[in-house]
Design a binder for this molecule. Structure first.
Ligand SMILES: *Cc1c(COP(=O)(O)O)cnc(C)c1O
Length: 420
């Protein structure tokens, strides 16, 4: 038996390799697995992330050309995944120790390890980013043969350090500043899939690609097993969310049988999801710029994947626990967290912390800490009155000099750039 992948809009099933190469399904939907595997949890060695990764991810790749084994996973998950205690039974799951200091490194590195094995001609990867995806994809694909990566980011709407991490690479990496919003960047990427320019092979590295999402199940599976063993209770997660990829991975982990109880979604002032759950009708919204900029999304792509898990609206409403956190509350959360725990958290993680402040502390909580605070030092340092030390990887990237093109949010301008 092997798992197939179908579009959320119903197109016929493809293999995992097909889903990875296509990125987005031809009908415009997103690929989801036709079934989720279940595991004998005793097969996981929770002292060993790479072993857990191989056991977890292999069943998704049974009919693939790619062998997802421990050697493969060792290349990808080559960084630390600390669980830092906050107090009693609450932890920060530090997802930001990869080369570009956000959780996006998990998916980007996994995808970059898969794709070269699946293509037989030069391929261009397009990615729209609200901040951290671009740098993660750029770093993961830098120097990969036969692949050019084009990174679109909303000009002037990301932090200086995020921009440096995206534009420092050169070689096969092309950074493009779009004079528009993240949603416009994402629209451009979607449009180029619908109308691909002749003569070039294109795929995407957004979280719409299934190879970015599957490896994110790993950190929920791993941390829930580790801590629920230790505490004798299932784990509850709080996940800072924007495009809803990361939280989809958390729901998948729960459905696969890992010891997960509640999942709380924290968004910033972009309230598209809570408005949808309140009103019952979905309306994409213009993006609102917030301090947690990697979550500034007004039309989250992965909502389709959540809807495919909970097709019935009342079930969806019951299953999703969403709260929007304002910039003011983000600032308070950063300060409080530092005062109470001496941990410095980024503005995205702060949305989770805000929700945790109001949560029942007798439960086991794991807060997804999605980015390293140093990427947002300009916001954080005045709040905590402390400088944040710069990790060596970032210092190196900041010294490399940078290069990018600037375009309008215009399909024709993008096509010209991609085909030149
Ligand atoms: C991308 C990102 C998020 C949001 O993740 P989604 O999968 O889009 O919901 C949260 N925090 C940080 C730091 C990010 O880079």
């Amino acid at each position: 038996m092997s798992i197939k992948y179908v579009s959320t809009r119903g197109e016929k099933a493809v293999t995992v390799d097909g889903a990875i190469v296509n990125g987005l399904a031809a009908d415009g939907g997103l690929y989801v697995p036709t079934e989720l595997p279940h595991y004998d949890l005793t097969r996981f060695n929770t002292e060993d992330l790479v072993q857990c990764a191989a056991v977890l991810l292999a069943p998704f790749f049974t009919d693939s050309q790619i062998r997802v084994n421990e050697d493969f996973c060792r290349e990808v998950f080559s960084f630390l995944l600390p669980l830092t205690p906050l107090q009693a039974e609450s932890y920060l799951l530090e997802l930001f120790h990869g080369p570009t200091l956000s959780f996006k490194d998990f998916g980007a590195r996994f995808f970059a390890q898969c794709l070269p094995q699946l293509i037989d001609k030069p391929t261009t990867i397009l990615v729209a980013t609200s901040g951290d995806t671009g740098s993660a994809v750029a770093s993961a694909f830098h120097g990969k043969k036969g692949i050019k990566a084009v990174i679109l980011f909303p000009y002037g709407q990301i932090s200086e350090r995020q921009q440096a991490q995206m534009t420092c690479w050169g070689d096969n990496i092309q950074a493009v500043a779009v004079q528009g919003s993240f949603d416009q960047c994402q629209q451009l990427v979607k449009q180029i899939f619908r109308q691909p320019p002749a003569g070039i092979a294109i795929t995407t590295a957004n979280s719409i690609n299934i190879a970015r999402l599957l490896p994110q199940v790993l950190f929920y599976a791993y941390s829930s097993m580790r801590l629920s063993k230790q505490h004798g209770a299932p784990a509850n997660f709080i996940v800072p969310s924007g495009n809803l990829g990361n939280v989809t991975a958390c729901y998948w982990a729960k459905q696969m049988g890992f010891p997960i109880a509640d999942i709380l979604i924290a968004t910033n002032a972009n309230t598209v999801l809570s408005d949808f759950l309140d009103s019952g009708s979905y309306h994409a919204q213009p993006t609102r710029a917030t301090l947690a900029n990697a979550m500034d999304v007004g039309d989250p792509s992965n909502l389709e994947r959540l809807l495919s898990l909970f097709p019935d609206f009342s079930q969806l409403k019951q299953s999703l626990n969403v709260q929007s956190v304002s910039d003011e509350e983000i600032k308070i959360a950063i300060k409080k967290c530092y005062q109470q725990t001496k941990q410095i958290i980024c503005p995205h993680t702060a949305t989770a912390y805000w929700r945790w402040l109001h949560a029942d502390k007798n439960k086991l909580w794991i807060l997804a800490a999605t980015a390293h605070p140093v990427k947002f030092a300009a916001t954080i340092e005045p709040l905590i009155q402390q400088p944040i030390p710069i990790p060596p990887v970032l210092a190196e990237q900041m010294q490399q000099g940078y290069d990018f093109s600037i375009i309008n949010p215009s399909f024709n301008e993008l096509v010209t750039l991609v085909t030149s």
